[in-house]
Design a protein around this ligand. Structure first.
Ligand SMILES: *Cc1c(COP(=O)(O)O)cnc(C)c1O
Length: 392
């Protein structure tokens, strides 16, 4: 394939493209088939060409694609009802991506501060965090390489180590802190799972201090970790939740959910989005949610995740070079003791699409519809690949 002539090269793209998919399988333009263990980075929750999605989108396209937030949008209202019910939240603002969902969260936190007379509100953010590429979400992101060249970064973020509630508590006497923004499991940061009790400790601190607890569930949300939302494993209720990725099953949509003190902050004119929550995107998300429910896919994500993690622990435990297998549900990382980006290409050659993040972590984010037989197949192929890589 020739290099593209007219694309700004912001991505180091792999030299292939796909023509179609079915379930967890993708077919490239040369006719090769791949087991998709990446799902477009945790997006294709129902895999590819799921009949419920196809039906919903065809039906919606034949009716109405877009109107405007100048009018009421029944599918948006229905989706907000479903999300609030599942998430234990009170209201939703819809946008189109994870970065935008976090931008809204950041604006909410600042409003929360200004309402109390705090002129320069600060948000506590984590080392290794990823929150997006817009300027404020980039400032919240804990990756100096991603920020390089784009300064000055918006102010108002204070970084602390991830997984360390004491490091957050150490800011309790800073009167300008208004919120904590945290991924329940860090995705881009290397599938980092915080120690037990971390989110509950953050919840208690936020309650004591009057801070907003803001959970970035863009990657972990909508069933991926085996619960609708990852914070539900800890029975914690955030004040703000950001969603995107899996929510639309491949149709772009983001959402910022609010509860309690965060609910009454935005009013008419304080935030907006032309496309946000349009009829097509909301119809897609409604189909994703009802299919996850109908097919029991949160439970499936939990079971397949256990199956994969066990297979990797058994198959790789004796091999020198594997540091740990971690994650929750179908969000799994295998950390090696050496950089392993080359595994992306080798896996592809072996018919598996996966990803390597934080240099040494093989990341698996397969569709939630993965069957037990497909999980066995995946575990088998990835175990062999890693074993032969480590044996070199
Ligand atoms: C991917 C991701 C984002 C950014 O989402 P975009 O849709 O690419 O803007 C934000 N937060 C987390 C945790 C993510 O994984």
């Amino acid at each position: 394939m020739n290099e593209p002539d007219h694309l700004i090269p912001t991505y180091a793209r792999q030299p292939l493209a796909f023509s179609h998919g079915e379930g967890v399988w993708l077919t490239d333009t040369a006719g090769n088939r791949y087991l998709d263990a990446l799902a477009g980075i945790a997006v294709s929750a129902l895999g590819h060409a799921h009949p419920a999605m196809v039906q919903a989108l065809q039906d919606q396209a034949a009716g109405i694609l877009h109107t405007s937030n100048l009018y009421r949008i029944p599918h948006q209202e229905a989706l907000a009802d479903r999300l609030c019910d599942l998430a234990g939240m009170e209201a939703v603002f819809f946008c189109n991506s994870g970065a935008e969902a976090n931008e809204a969260a950041i604006k909410l936190a600042r409003l929360h501060g200004h309402r109390q007379g705090i002129e320069e509100p600060r948000i506590l953010v984590m080392e290794g965090a990823f929150h997006g590429r817009t300027l404020a979400s980039l400032a919240a992101t804990g990756n100096p390489k991603a920020q390089k060249g784009f300064g000055p970064m918006p102010a108002g973020f204070v970084r602390v180590p991830y997984g360390d509630a004491d490091a957050v508590a150490a800011h309790a006497d800073d009167p300008n802190v208004v919120a904590v923004l945290v991924e329940p499991i860090q995705g881009e940061g290397g599938i980092r799972v915080p120690p037990p009790g971390y989110l509950p400790a953050l919840r208690r601190l936020c309650d004591q201090q009057g801070w907003l607890l803001m959970a970035d569930e863009v990657q972990t949300g909508v069933g991926r970790t085996g619960n609708w939302f990852a914070y539900q494993h800890d029975a914690v209720q955030p004040d703000v939740v950001s969603l995107a990725k899996g929510l639309g099953g491949g149709v772009p949509i983001g959402a910022t959910l609010v509860a309690g003190r965060a609910t009454a902050l935005f009013g008419p004119g304080s935030h907006g989005s032309t496309f946000g929550g349009n009829p097509l995107a909301c119809r897609a998300a409604l189909a994703v949610i009802s299919t996850i429910e109908a097919e029991g896919l949160t439970a499936n994500a939990a079971a397949r995740g256990e199956q994969l993690a066990t297979a990797f622990r058994d198959g790789l435990a004796n091999g020198d070079g594997v540091i740990t297998v971690r994650g929750r549900g179908l969000m799994l990382g295998i950390e090696l003791d050496r950089p392993c980006a080359v595994l992306v290409e080798r896996a592809r050659e072996a018919g598996v699409l996966l990803n390597v993040t934080a240099e040494r972590v093989v990341r698996l984010l397969p569709p939630l519809i993965l069957t037990a037989a497909e999980a066995d197949d995946l575990a088998d192929r990835v175990t062999k690949l890693i074993r032969s890589f480590l044996a070199e």
